[in-house]
Write a protein that binds this ligand. Structure first.
Ligand SMILES: [Zn+2]
Ligand SMILES: [Zn+2]
Length: 83
């Protein structure tokens, strides 16, 4: 069984409004692989997968979301799931 990031593999369509201006933030791509609960990046929000996605509980893929309008960005961690 393969595992992978649900966002990188197109399993989910994730978007979020900008906390500053409310525009739709865009996925700017994944950052380097990230493992474990302690983040070198500071503020990372954790995406809670839907119930039908079974998380592996080990690895996570961190994506940078940026607002095209005001430049606000934030990192969101997506736990890898069984594909
Ligand atoms: Zn990913
Ligand atoms: Zn914005």
């Amino acid at each position: 069984m393969e595992i992978g990031c649900p966002l990188c593999n197109g399993l989910i369509d994730f978007s979020q409004p900008c906390a500053v201006c409310g525009s739709g933030m865009e996925d700017s791509g994944m950052l380097e692989d990230y493992y474990g609960p302690y983040s070198p990046y500071g503020n990372i929000e954790f995406y809670e997968p839907d119930e039908e996605l079974q998380t592996t509980g080990v690895a996570a893929c961190v994506h940078l979301f940026a607002c095209p309008k005001c430049g606000y960005d934030k990192r969101i961690s997506f736990p890898e799931v069984t594909l």
